[in-house]
Design a binder for this molecule. Structure first.
Ligand SMILES: Nc1ncnc2c1ncn2[C@@H]1O[C@H](COP(=O)(O)OP(=O)(O)OP(=O)(O)O)[C@@H](O)[C@H]1O
Length: 230
Protein backbone atom coordinates (compact mmCIF):
# COMPACT_ATOMS: atom_id res chain seq x y z
CA UNK A 1 0.00 0.00 0.00
CA UNK A 2 1.23 3.50 -0.82
CA UNK A 3 2.39 5.74 2.02
CA UNK A 4 0.75 8.76 0.36
CA UNK A 5 -2.02 10.28 2.45
CA UNK A 6 -3.20 12.32 -0.52
CA UNK A 7 -2.72 11.11 -4.06
CA UNK A 8 -4.54 13.01 -6.77
CA UNK A 9 -4.09 12.50 -10.50
CA UNK A 10 -5.49 13.96 -13.72
CA UNK A 11 -8.18 15.67 -11.64
CA UNK A 12 -10.38 18.52 -12.82
CA UNK A 13 -11.94 20.58 -10.04
CA UNK A 14 -15.30 22.25 -10.70
CA UNK A 15 -17.59 24.71 -8.95
CA UNK A 16 -20.93 24.00 -10.62
CA UNK A 17 -20.22 24.02 -14.36
CA UNK A 18 -17.07 26.17 -13.98
CA UNK A 19 -13.76 24.40 -14.36
CA UNK A 20 -11.57 25.90 -11.58
CA UNK A 21 -8.44 23.72 -11.68
CA UNK A 22 -7.32 21.50 -14.51
CA UNK A 23 -5.22 18.33 -14.57
CA UNK A 24 -4.26 18.39 -10.89
CA UNK A 25 -1.50 15.94 -9.95
CA UNK A 26 0.33 15.65 -6.64
CA UNK A 27 1.05 13.29 -3.77
CA UNK A 28 1.53 14.14 -0.12
CA UNK A 29 3.14 11.62 2.23
CA UNK A 30 2.48 10.69 5.82
CA UNK A 31 3.65 13.39 8.22
CA UNK A 32 4.35 15.99 5.52
CA UNK A 33 3.49 19.64 6.11
CA UNK A 34 2.49 21.39 2.87
CA UNK A 35 1.28 24.92 2.16
CA UNK A 36 -1.40 25.69 -0.41
CA UNK A 37 -1.05 29.24 -1.75
CA UNK A 38 -2.56 31.26 -4.59
CA UNK A 39 -4.46 34.44 -5.28
CA UNK A 40 -7.99 34.98 -3.99
CA UNK A 41 -10.40 33.04 -6.16
CA UNK A 42 -7.68 30.80 -7.66
CA UNK A 43 -9.19 27.59 -6.27
CA UNK A 44 -7.56 26.74 -2.93
CA UNK A 45 -10.82 26.24 -1.07
CA UNK A 46 -12.33 24.37 -4.03
CA UNK A 47 -9.41 21.95 -3.96
CA UNK A 48 -9.69 21.43 -0.19
CA UNK A 49 -13.46 20.92 -0.47
CA UNK A 50 -12.90 18.26 -3.11
CA UNK A 51 -10.42 16.51 -0.82
CA UNK A 52 -12.87 16.45 2.10
CA UNK A 53 -15.85 15.40 0.03
CA UNK A 54 -17.81 18.67 0.01
CA UNK A 55 -17.41 18.98 -3.77
CA UNK A 56 -17.60 15.80 -5.81
CA UNK A 57 -14.74 14.77 -8.04
CA UNK A 58 -16.09 14.27 -11.55
CA UNK A 59 -12.91 13.76 -13.56
CA UNK A 60 -9.65 12.17 -12.48
CA UNK A 61 -8.71 10.16 -9.42
CA UNK A 62 -8.03 11.01 -5.79
CA UNK A 63 -7.20 8.86 -2.82
CA UNK A 64 -7.46 10.71 0.49
CA UNK A 65 -6.64 8.97 3.78
CA UNK A 66 -7.23 5.61 2.06
CA UNK A 67 -10.60 6.64 0.58
CA UNK A 68 -11.28 6.74 -3.14
CA UNK A 69 -12.98 10.11 -3.57
CA UNK A 70 -14.31 9.56 -7.07
CA UNK A 71 -17.80 8.08 -7.04
CA UNK A 72 -18.22 8.66 -3.31
CA UNK A 73 -21.84 9.25 -2.25
CA UNK A 74 -23.12 11.47 0.59
CA UNK A 75 -23.47 8.47 2.84
CA UNK A 76 -19.73 7.71 2.45
CA UNK A 77 -18.68 11.22 3.48
CA UNK A 78 -18.91 10.69 7.29
CA UNK A 79 -16.53 7.73 6.99
CA UNK A 80 -14.02 9.88 5.08
CA UNK A 81 -14.42 12.66 7.65
CA UNK A 82 -13.50 10.30 10.49
CA UNK A 83 -10.03 10.07 8.95
CA UNK A 84 -9.67 13.79 8.25
CA UNK A 85 -9.62 16.80 10.55
CA UNK A 86 -10.75 20.11 9.07
CA UNK A 87 -9.66 23.47 10.48
CA UNK A 88 -11.35 26.68 9.33
CA UNK A 89 -10.35 30.33 9.40
CA UNK A 90 -13.43 31.35 11.39
CA UNK A 91 -13.37 28.38 13.82
CA UNK A 92 -16.98 27.17 13.19
CA UNK A 93 -17.59 26.54 16.92
CA UNK A 94 -21.17 26.22 18.17
CA UNK A 95 -21.69 29.41 20.18
CA UNK A 96 -24.49 28.07 22.41
CA UNK A 97 -22.38 25.41 24.16
CA UNK A 98 -19.07 25.17 25.95
CA UNK A 99 -15.81 23.72 24.65
CA UNK A 100 -16.44 20.24 26.08
CA UNK A 101 -19.92 20.12 24.52
CA UNK A 102 -18.57 21.38 21.18
CA UNK A 103 -16.10 18.50 21.12
CA UNK A 104 -18.60 15.93 22.40
CA UNK A 105 -20.98 16.94 19.60
CA UNK A 106 -18.38 15.88 17.00
CA UNK A 107 -17.60 12.60 18.73
CA UNK A 108 -21.26 11.66 19.00
CA UNK A 109 -21.84 12.63 15.36
CA UNK A 110 -18.97 10.31 14.39
CA UNK A 111 -20.39 7.36 16.31
CA UNK A 112 -18.84 7.47 19.81
CA UNK A 113 -21.24 6.55 22.63
CA UNK A 114 -19.33 5.52 25.78
CA UNK A 115 -18.94 8.49 28.14
CA UNK A 116 -15.53 7.46 29.51
CA UNK A 117 -14.08 7.13 25.99
CA UNK A 118 -15.60 10.46 24.97
CA UNK A 119 -14.12 12.15 28.06
CA UNK A 120 -10.73 10.55 27.43
CA UNK A 121 -10.63 11.74 23.81
CA UNK A 122 -11.74 15.27 24.70
CA UNK A 123 -9.17 15.58 27.51
CA UNK A 124 -6.44 14.20 25.28
CA UNK A 125 -7.25 16.61 22.41
CA UNK A 126 -7.47 19.63 24.75
CA UNK A 127 -4.14 18.72 26.32
CA UNK A 128 -2.47 18.48 22.88
CA UNK A 129 -3.53 22.03 22.02
CA UNK A 130 -2.58 23.47 25.42
CA UNK A 131 -6.14 23.93 26.72
CA UNK A 132 -6.23 21.28 29.45
CA UNK A 133 -9.08 21.91 31.93
CA UNK A 134 -10.65 24.59 29.68
CA UNK A 135 -13.62 22.44 28.66
CA UNK A 136 -16.05 24.52 30.74
CA UNK A 137 -15.39 27.74 28.81
CA UNK A 138 -17.90 29.17 26.36
CA UNK A 139 -16.49 30.17 22.94
CA UNK A 140 -17.24 33.86 23.57
CA UNK A 141 -15.12 33.71 26.74
CA UNK A 142 -12.04 32.77 24.69
CA UNK A 143 -9.61 34.75 22.54
CA UNK A 144 -9.38 34.14 18.79
CA UNK A 145 -6.18 32.11 19.30
CA UNK A 146 -7.83 29.95 21.97
CA UNK A 147 -10.87 29.38 19.76
CA UNK A 148 -8.55 28.33 16.94
CA UNK A 149 -6.91 25.85 19.36
CA UNK A 150 -10.36 24.44 20.17
CA UNK A 151 -10.99 24.12 16.43
CA UNK A 152 -7.70 22.21 16.08
CA UNK A 153 -8.59 20.03 19.12
CA UNK A 154 -11.88 19.23 17.39
CA UNK A 155 -9.97 18.28 14.23
CA UNK A 156 -7.69 15.98 16.28
CA UNK A 157 -10.47 14.11 18.13
CA UNK A 158 -10.59 11.11 15.83
CA UNK A 159 -6.78 10.87 15.48
CA UNK A 160 -6.93 11.73 11.78
CA UNK A 161 -4.29 10.81 9.22
CA UNK A 162 -4.75 14.21 7.61
CA UNK A 163 -5.54 17.76 8.65
CA UNK A 164 -6.88 20.13 6.01
CA UNK A 165 -6.63 23.72 7.23
CA UNK A 166 -8.16 26.63 5.31
CA UNK A 167 -6.35 29.84 6.34
CA UNK A 168 -6.16 28.87 10.03
CA UNK A 169 -4.15 32.00 10.91
CA UNK A 170 -6.22 34.34 8.73
CA UNK A 171 -8.00 36.03 11.63
CA UNK A 172 -5.13 36.07 14.12
CA UNK A 173 -2.45 38.59 15.08
CA UNK A 174 1.18 37.67 14.24
CA UNK A 175 2.10 36.40 17.70
CA UNK A 176 -1.01 34.24 18.02
CA UNK A 177 -0.42 32.98 14.45
CA UNK A 178 3.04 31.83 15.50
CA UNK A 179 1.58 29.77 18.33
CA UNK A 180 -0.94 28.15 15.98
CA UNK A 181 1.79 27.44 13.39
CA UNK A 182 4.01 25.79 16.00
CA UNK A 183 1.07 23.66 17.06
CA UNK A 184 0.25 22.58 13.48
CA UNK A 185 3.94 21.88 12.75
CA UNK A 186 4.27 19.76 15.89
CA UNK A 187 1.10 17.85 14.92
CA UNK A 188 2.78 16.89 11.64
CA UNK A 189 6.28 16.31 13.03
CA UNK A 190 5.57 14.67 16.39
CA UNK A 191 2.27 12.92 15.65
CA UNK A 192 3.01 12.00 12.02
CA UNK A 193 -0.21 13.65 10.86
CA UNK A 194 -0.16 15.07 7.35
CA UNK A 195 -1.12 18.76 7.18
CA UNK A 196 -2.22 20.65 4.07
CA UNK A 197 -2.73 24.30 4.93
CA UNK A 198 -4.12 27.03 2.67
CA UNK A 199 -2.71 30.45 3.48
CA UNK A 200 -2.06 33.94 2.15
CA UNK A 201 0.44 34.65 4.89
CA UNK A 202 3.96 34.85 3.43
CA UNK A 203 5.37 35.95 6.79
CA UNK A 204 4.33 32.55 8.16
CA UNK A 205 5.70 30.72 5.08
CA UNK A 206 9.06 32.48 5.27
CA UNK A 207 9.35 31.81 8.97
CA UNK A 208 8.42 28.13 8.68
CA UNK A 209 9.49 27.11 5.15
CA UNK A 210 8.02 23.92 3.71
CA UNK A 211 6.81 22.45 0.44
CA UNK A 212 4.36 24.71 -1.41
CA UNK A 213 1.50 23.91 -3.78
CA UNK A 214 0.34 26.97 -5.69
CA UNK A 215 -2.95 27.48 -7.52
CA UNK A 216 -2.30 29.68 -10.56
CA UNK A 217 -4.07 30.11 -13.91
CA UNK A 218 -6.19 27.02 -13.39
CA UNK A 219 -3.23 24.78 -12.49
CA UNK A 220 -1.62 23.49 -9.31
CA UNK A 221 2.16 24.05 -9.28
CA UNK A 222 4.35 22.09 -6.87
CA UNK A 223 7.55 23.57 -5.35
CA UNK A 224 8.99 20.03 -5.06
CA UNK A 225 8.59 19.46 -8.80
CA UNK A 226 10.06 22.90 -9.60
CA UNK A 227 13.11 22.13 -7.39
CA UNK A 228 13.51 18.65 -8.88
CA UNK A 229 13.56 20.13 -12.39
CA UNK A 230 16.15 22.70 -11.35
N1 LIG B 1 -20.25 27.89 -4.18
C1 LIG B 1 -19.73 28.35 -5.32
N2 LIG B 1 -20.45 28.34 -6.47
C2 LIG B 1 -19.92 28.78 -7.63
N3 LIG B 1 -18.67 29.26 -7.75
C3 LIG B 1 -17.91 29.29 -6.64
C4 LIG B 1 -18.40 28.85 -5.37
N4 LIG B 1 -17.42 29.00 -4.45
C5 LIG B 1 -16.37 29.53 -5.12
N5 LIG B 1 -16.66 29.71 -6.44
C6 LIG B 1 -15.75 30.23 -7.47
O1 LIG B 1 -14.68 29.31 -7.63
C7 LIG B 1 -13.45 30.02 -7.85
C8 LIG B 1 -12.43 29.53 -6.83
O2 LIG B 1 -12.85 29.92 -5.52
P1 LIG B 1 -12.12 29.38 -4.20
O3 LIG B 1 -12.95 29.81 -3.05
O4 LIG B 1 -11.80 27.95 -4.37
O5 LIG B 1 -10.77 30.24 -4.27
P2 LIG B 1 -9.68 30.49 -3.13
O6 LIG B 1 -8.35 30.39 -3.81
O7 LIG B 1 -9.93 29.59 -1.98
O8 LIG B 1 -9.99 31.99 -2.72
P3 LIG B 1 -9.76 32.74 -1.31
O9 LIG B 1 -8.28 32.89 -1.17
O10 LIG B 1 -10.44 34.04 -1.51
O11 LIG B 1 -10.39 31.91 -0.24
C9 LIG B 1 -13.79 31.49 -7.75
O12 LIG B 1 -13.93 32.00 -9.06
C10 LIG B 1 -15.11 31.53 -7.03
O13 LIG B 1 -15.86 32.63 -7.44
Amino acid sequence: MSKSVISISNANIYQGSNLILQDVNFKIDKGEFVYLVGKTGSGKTSLLKTLYGELSLREGQANVADFEIKGMTWKDVPFLRRNIGIVFQDFHLLSDRNVYENLRFVLRATGWKEKHLIDEKINDALEKVGLKNKGFKMPHEMSGGEQQRVDIARALLNSPKLILADEPTGNLDPETSNGIMQLLLSISKDMGTTVLMATHDYVVINRYPSRILKTENGKVLDSDVVLANG
